[in-house]
Each structure stands twice: as structure tokens, then as C-alpha cells.
Design a protein around this ligand. Structure first.
Ligand SMILES: NC(=O)c1ccc[n+]([C@@H]2O[C@H](COP(=O)([O-])OP(=O)(O)OC[C@H]3O[C@@H](n4cnc5c(N)ncnc54)[C@H](OP(=O)(O)O)[C@@H]3O)[C@@H](O)[C@H]2O)c1
Length: 280
């Protein structure tokens, strides 16, 4: 018997195809044991050519039936339909992973209608460059070997942590949506550079590298960002004059409020899905 697990990625879009790349690069399984589905034949050809795996337009049932691990990577409104499609072919020895935002495990379990290890993953878009931040939650069927397997899949595309499922709302607000906030920061820093006469090219390179380098310093030194920030400040200098402006406009309060609002919004979305599909 092959040592490789058979993995099916249903919905090889942005996140799904990044996972395919990570699974292959990380040696989680090989090309023969990895399949994917999408909606359109054009996308199926594209993904198949890029990764050298079998990809079908539709065919979720067949892909799920042959897999040990099924990854659901379709958009949240599509997920109930795809689960309905595959529920008859799912087996108790399989592992199901959903990356769909706001779709709770209780709803997935209800749609499946049987006991099976179910994981919810909240990755973020830097998984496409193997620098993702993923939080995982699981149901009570999932055991240590399942957790190790699922962690291995997401570790291949970045960092991974386990949380209680209810915390996935906060995770969605912080790291799931977080790249969008940081892109706004980069965009604004570029605009500031342009306003002060830097070229597009120079402003972009300096802004992107500043964010990358600052994050790397937090990770590698494990020093609190407030202390690192203090190290950049010279009394009466340039940085403190900029920080005064940022404080005047409430940068930190804005980000805290943004994460609070997004967490509450995620919780509401989830609740409305549960009400719509009747899971309790
Ligand atoms: N993007 C993010 O930053 C992010 C972060 C965290 C979690 N998520 C979650 O990840 C999931 C996927 O998001 P995404 O950004 O990767 O979306 P996406 O790029 O739109 O990918 C969705 C994929 O699903 C395919 N699809 C649609 N209907 C299908 C069906 N019936 N059967 C099989 N495949 C089908 C689409 O195929 P076609 O290409 O042929 O239309 C597309 O490739 C979502 O549930 C989202 O909540 C996303």
C-alpha cells in the first residue's frame, strides 16, 4: 500500500490551488494521489497544467469518494451544495477540512449527517507564497493523528495554530482579513512617498520591504512591537513627529475597532447560516 494519503481539493481557486502547491512542495502527498475540482473547464486545464495533477470541472463526488482527505475550498454560499453532492460517498475514516469562512462545524456535520473528523481552517492569502497564517479548529471525532496530518498540510504554506472554534471569528478578523489592512498601509505609504517626490518604483520597493522587514524583526527577536517602535524613535526626531500624527488620527484605535467589528460581523454571518440551514 502507498505511504501517501489521497487528497481531494474541491474548489481549486486562490486558496485551494495554493494548498495544492504547498502539499506537493511539502511532500504531504504526491501528484498521483492529489486531485482537484473546479467549476469551469478552463480553470480545470489551468490548474492541471500548473501542478501536473488531475483536475475536473465538477466531479466532486468522484474526487471525494477516492480520497482520504477532502478539502472544501469553495466559497461559503457554495459549500452546502457541494457537501450535499458528496455526503453519500463520505466515509467515517476520512478527514474533511473546510476553509470556508463563517461556516461552523455544526452546520457541516449536519449537512454530512454522519460522524467524521471535521476541521475548519482559517488561512489567509499569503498561503500563495508559503507565508500564510492559518488557525485550525476541529470537532471531537478528530484525534491526534488527524491533527498532525491537517497541521502538516497548512504548515507547508505558512504558520499554523490551533484555537477553539469560537475564536475563528477573531482569527478571521485579524489574520484572515488582515492582509487587506496591511495592503492599505503599504498603499498609503507608497502614496506618501509619491507625494514627497519618490518614484513609483522606489516608493513601492521601500514600502513593501519595510513591512516585510518589520514583521521579520518581530518574529525573529520576539521583542514586543512597542519596544521595537521605541528603538526607532530619536528624541525630537523625525519618527516621533510622524507617530504624533498617527496617534492624532487614531491608527491603533482604528485597527482595534476594525478587528472588533469584523469579529462581530463574522459571528453574525455564521449565525445567519446556522439559522438558514437549521443546524443547532
Ligand atoms: N481568499 C482569502 O483570502 C481567504 C482567506 C480565508 C479563507 N478563505 C476561504 O477560502 C474559500 C475559497 O476562497 P478563494 O478566495 O480561494 O475563492 P476562489 O478563488 O473564488 O475559489 C473558489 C473555487 O471554487 C470553484 N468552484 C465553484 N463552484 C464549484 C463547485 N460546485 N465544485 C467545485 N469547485 C467549485 C471555483 O471554480 P472556477 O474557478 O472554475 O469558478 C474556484 O476555483 C472560501 O470559502 C473563503 O471563505 C479565503
Amino acid at each position: 500500500m502507498s505511504e501517501f494519503r489521497r487528497i481531494a481539493v474541491l474548489g481549486a481557486g486562490n486558496i485551494g490551488s495554493a494548498l495544492i502547491g504547498g502539499i506537493l512542495k511539502g511532500g504531504v502527498t504526491d501528484r498521483k494521489h492529489l486531485t482537484a475540482t473546479v467549476r469551469t473547464p478552463e480553470r480545470a486545464r489551468e490548474v492541471s497544467q500548473k501542478y501536473g495533477i488531475a483536475v475536473t470541472a465538477g466531479g466532486n463526488r468522484e474526487a471525494a469518494a477516492q480520497a482520504d482527505v477532502v478539502i472544501l475550498s469553495v466559497k461559503p454560499p457554495t459549500l452546502p451544495r457541494v457537501v450535499e453532492e458528496i455526503r453519500d460517498v463520505l466515509r467515517g475514516d476520512q478527514v474533511l477540512i473546510s476553509v470556508a469562512a463563517a461556516v461552523p462545524i455544526v452546520l457541516i456535520e449536519k449537512l454530512i449527517g454522519r460522524r467524521i473528523a471535521v476541521f475548519r481552517a482559517m488561512p489567509n492569502i499569503p498561503v500563495v507564497v508559503d507565508e500564510g497564517a492559518t488557525a485550525l479548529a476541529a470537532n471531537s471525532v478528530a484525534g491526534p493523528s488527524h491533527r498532525k496530518l491537517v497541521e502538516g498540510i497548512f504548515r507547508a504554506v505558512g504558520v499554523v495554530c490551533f484555537v477553539e472554534e469560537d475564536m475563528l471569528h477573531a482569527v478571521t478578523a485579524l489574520s484572515g482579513s488582515g492582509p487587506a489592512y496591511i495592503y492599505m498601509v503599504i498603499e498609503a505609504m507608497i502614496a506618501g512617498g509619491l507625494k514627497m517626490g519618490l518614484s513609483h518604483e522606489v516608493a513601492t520597493r521601500l514600502a513593501e520591504q519595510t513591512v516585510l522587514g518589520a514583521a521579520k524583526l518581530v518574529r525573529e527577536t520576539m521583542v514586543h512591537p512597542a519596544i521595537l517602535k521605541d528603538q526607532v524613535i530619536t528624541p525630537g526626531g523625525v519618527t516621533i513627529s510622524a507617530i504624533h500624527e498617527l496617534e492624532r488620527h487614531g491608527l491603533r484605535a482604528m485597527l482595534i475597532s476594525a478587528i472588533e467589528t469584523a469579529t462581530n460581523h463574522s459571528r453574525k454571518l455564521s449565525q445567519s447560516l446556522v439559522e438558514r440551514f437549521g443546524a443547532t
